[in-house]
Ligand binder design. Structure first.
Ligand code: FES
Length: 153
């Protein structure tokens, strides 16, 4: 069965014809060509698929697209300003060289935006703990934490 689903992503509403079991991750990547959001594990273990739903970070592989019809979804493609200026965290990740292969980076940055929205991280240890859902196989953690700290301070 195919359902009609309206998703608001990066400020634009799009109507999709998808199976009801389609994850938000697959809806973004396969139906909307928003391939900045990455699929790592597809079961909530790696954080590569992190996006923002109403400003809160979630693993898009763990939610169905049909559950997010009334939400404002933001992906890595929507973080830059409409004028094209990068989000401060994007700039900071570049300045701190906070990636190697880059596969986890969109999820890391979306997660870091969510972290800042939560306002709970006060120390370096807090950032490490609260970013622990985002795995980096290259082990760029030190620079990732530095990049986030630069923007928080
Ligand atoms: Fe969603 Fe790994 S792809 S957590």
């Amino acid at each position: 069965p195919i359902h009609s689903v309206k998703l608001t992503v990066n400020g634009t509403e799009t109507e999709l014809q998808i199976a009801p079991w389609t994850s938000l991750l697959d809806a973004l990547r396969e139906y909307m060509n928003l391939t900045g959001t990455k699929k790592g594990c597809d079961h909530g273990q790696c954080g590569a698929c992190t996006v923002l739903v109403n400003g809160k970070r979630i693993n898009s592989c763990l939610t169905l697209a049909i559950m997010q019809e009334d939400a404002e979804i933001t992906t890595i493609e929507g973080l830059a300003s409409t004028g094209g200026g990068l989000h401060p965290l994007q700039t900071s990740f570049i300045e701190r060289d906070a990636f190697q292969c880059g596969y986890c980076t969109p999820g890391q940055i979306c997660s870091a935006v969510g972290l800042m929205n939560e306002g709970k991280a006060k120390t370096t240890a807090d950032i490490r703990e609260l970013m622990s859902g985002n795995i980096c196989r290259c082990g760029a953690y030190t620079n990732i934490v530095d990049a986030i700290e630069d923007v928080m301070n």
